[in-house]
Design a protein around this ligand. Structure first.
Ligand code: GDP
Ligand code: MN
Length: 384
């Protein structure tokens, strides 16, 4: 789950990372109220989950009530790369001497945490990686050992961060690493990490992605669900309790079990198609779950064919079939279904489908995964 900048900063603050005082504003009047409270000059910042807000005009310095009014009015409702600004963060403006970059992620291949640190911050790190890859220091951290202050200090030296900013940077790196690990983040990024004329080092921006799999041990994350940015399909899926991830292709996919769902995506790709989503209805799914899954897939306008791939273990074929029939009675499906039903009670399931009297061009049954994939992709690609 991605956090907004203000939520990321509040998260950082829990781990002792210095951030500027500020508050959220939903209206121009709110923004003025916050500005008066924190004191001028302030920065008015668009809260959207996309980078490059500065360049897009979504971040403005304001020295007076009038300026806050003007900027807040302009930024609220602004469209930044398809994200409409509904919320502002107004914080006390900082004086900046230098801008750095720091982030922690997981390097799955290395099975280690990865610190990336650069003295060239404030711009997109991809741009730095392209123009001057040596300007980014990469340090792998063994999760068992963790990150010591000495190692953080050395990384800052290696990144050619100036002497007077070394201690402050190392201190923040250690805190950010704690935030990343104890705070269960997939990503914890500060860009820019600034050096102030006073010598203090400070987080001016925050990009945090929480690892949703760790939500069970973070009841405090509950508050983020209210502002979570999901597309319509994902919202519907969430409300139905389904494991759904929206993708860009045209074959809607329903499978039981994450492994089978992923293999299904691969097979669809192999035969020249592209998946519109990942959807795992899980083990033991009943008719109602299948019907909900079809409703979610059906809400996606780019879906041209629906591929249901079920290998029943504890999921039973007749329940799957009942769900399909029920869904087809409940909603007008925009695309034909190709189904491969195998495993527990598959025979009974196929019989239910055959007896339901559904039109042959709306429901196509195939005996194997590959044949079903071929049929679904042929329909989606318009060759059938
Ligand atoms: P992004 O463009 O979405 O990454 O937004 P950031 O929060 O990183 O801000 C972009 C740029 O705006 C920063 O790199 C700074 O140069 C500038 N900026 C943001 N806040 C302040 C501030 O308090 N004072 C000054 N002088 N500049 C700021
Ligand atoms: Mn930034």
């Amino acid at each position: 789950m991605d956090l907004f900048e203000y939520q990321g900063k509040q998260y950082f603050a829990r781990f002792g990372i210095p951030v500027s005082p500020g508050d959220v504003a939903l209206t121009v009047d709110d923004a003025v109220e916050v500005a008066e409270r924190v004191g001028y000059p302030v920065v008015v910042k668009a809260q959207v989950q996309v980078g490059g807000r500065g360049k897009a005009g979504g971040i403005k310095l304001a020295d007076s009530t009038d300026e806050v009014r003007t900027h807040a009015g302009n930024i609220l409702g602004m469209d930044i790369k398809g994200h409409v600004v509904e919320r502002l963060w107004v914080e006390k403006a900082s004086d900046i001497d230098e801008e750095y970059y720091a982030s922690f992620t997981l390097d799955r291949a290395a099975k280690k945490h990865l610190l990336m640190l650069s003295a060239q911050g404030g711009v997109e790190i991809e741009a730095v990686a392209e123009a001057d890859p040596d300007a980014i220091v990469k340090l792998h951290i063994d999760p068992v050992d963790g990150l010591s202050t000495d190692a953080a200090h050395q990384a800052a030296v290696d990144a050619r961060i100036p002497e007077r900013a070394l201690d402050g940077t190392a201190d923040i790196l250690v805190k950010l690493y704690r935030c990343f690990t104890e705070g269960d983040c997939d990503l914890a990024e500060i860009n820019p990490l600034i050096l102030k004329p006073t010598g203090e080092v400070h987080a001016l921006d925050a990009k945090v992605t929480l690892d949703s799999n760790a939500a069970f041990r973070h009841p405090e994350w509950e508050e983020y669900s209210a502002t979570e940015v999901l597309d319509e399909r994902e919202q519907l899926a969430k409300s139905k309790g389904l494991q759904y991830i929206g993708l860009e292709g045209s074959v809607g996919i329903i499978a039981n079990g994450a492994g089978l769902a992923m293999s299904t995506l691969d097979v669809v790709n192999q035969v020249g198609g592209s998946a519109a989503n990942f959807l795992d209805i899980g083990g033991g799914a009943n008719a109602d779950v299948m019907a909900s899954a079809l409703e979610v897939i059906n809400s996606d306008e780019s879906v041209q064919a629906i591929f249901i791939n079920i290998f029943g273990g504890i999921t039973r074929g007749e329940e799957v079939a009942k769900g399909v029939v029920e869904a087809m009675g409940r909603v007008e499906l925009r695309a034909p279904i190709v189904i491969r039903l195998d495993g527990t009670n598959a025979e009974e399931g196929r019989k239910i489908l055959a007896d339901a009297g559904l039109p042959a061009d709306k429901l196509i049954s195939k005996p194997t995964m590959l044949e079903a994939a071929n049929a679904a992709v042929a329909i989606a690609n318009g060759s059938e």
